[in-house]
Design a protein around this ligand. Structure first.
Ligand code: PGA
Length: 264
């Protein structure tokens, strides 16, 4: 049984004060929602303040990026040991990092290993661009991104103690921030394909334990369609995670839908 997960990726939005207000606006209600893992990923500068607000709550914290070295002359970077102890999760390989900041599959692989090696749970983002989608290359791209990001990573061996510590988010680049979410059945099919890639890399049993989320223009209006798909374990939410009511609605709907026993 995979526990559903909803993560809010605030991206480069909110000052520290705004971040505190946003958390305050959802803290009590979010805390009470059961059966869904809830993760907030504010900007680096707000992590300390928000981690204090989330103490004694059921809400977890994530960072949006990280360097793979633990320390050194890397001006402006944040390392895994700085995040460990402060947050549980770290988003890695987000398409905005890949396309605006030149992160390659090799860099993402180093970051995944560094995160796991320092006790952080990665949310690995993969997804095809519009032209790749239109050229029928979605599976080829996803297969490469997953295989390369997880090169020399194996649950139970070395840094990845358990498969449930790895989360993958399938985020088609053309659906991110565009208001054009993917079709839920199509997203579920691609997520099933990702699980098959994991099964080939490791084993079918291990692949069953990895949570795979959908991301890209998720809203309170469309989350139900996505989480009703058994293959989809939750969502990575950008824009809609900056609105307290909408994010709460996304998490509440997920709890209601995933909490229902499925007909055989
Ligand atoms: P969006 O972003 O929900 O605003 O499309 C999702 C993401 O980039 O993680």
């Amino acid at each position: 049984m995979r526990i559903p997960l909803i993560a809010g990726n605030w991206k480069m939005n909110t000052t520290v004060t705004e971040a505190e207000v946003l958390v305050q606006d959802m803290l009590d209600r979010l805390d009470r929602i059961k059966g869904v893992e809830k993760v907030l990923c504010p900007p680096f500068v707000s992590l300390v303040a928000i981690s204090m607000m989330l103490q004694d709550s059921s809400i977890e914290l994530g960072a949006q990026n990280m360097h793979f070295e633990v320390k050194g002359a890397y001006t402006g970077e944040v390392s895994p040991i700085m995040l460990a102890g402060l947050c549980e999760f770290v988003i890695l390989g987000h398409s905005e990092r890949r396309w605006y900041f030149g992160e390659t599959d090799e860099i993402v692989n180093k970051k995944i290993k560094a995160a796991l090696g320092n006790g952080l749970k990665p949310i690995l983002c993969v997804g095809e661009r519009l032209e790749e989608n239109e050229a029928g290359k979605t599976r080829e791209v996803i297969n490469r991104q997953v295989e390369m990001a997880l090169a020399s990573v194996k649950p139970g061996v070395g840094v990845l103690s358990e498969a449930k510590n790895l989360v993958i988010a399938y985020e088609p680049v053309w659906a991110i921030g565009t208001g054009k979410a993917a079709d839920s059945k199509g997203a579920a099919a691609t997520i099933k394909f990702i699980r098959n890639v994991l099964a080939k890399l490791w084993s079918r049993d291990i692949a069953q334990d990895v949570r795979i989320l959908y991301g890209g223009s998720v809203t309170g209006g469309n989350i139900a369609e996505f989480v009703a798909q058994p293959e989809i374990d939750g969502a990575l939410v950008g824009g809609s995670s900056l609105k307290a009511e909408e994010f709460l609605s996304i998490v509440e709907q997920t709890a209601a839908i995933k909490g229902k026993p499925r007909s055989p």
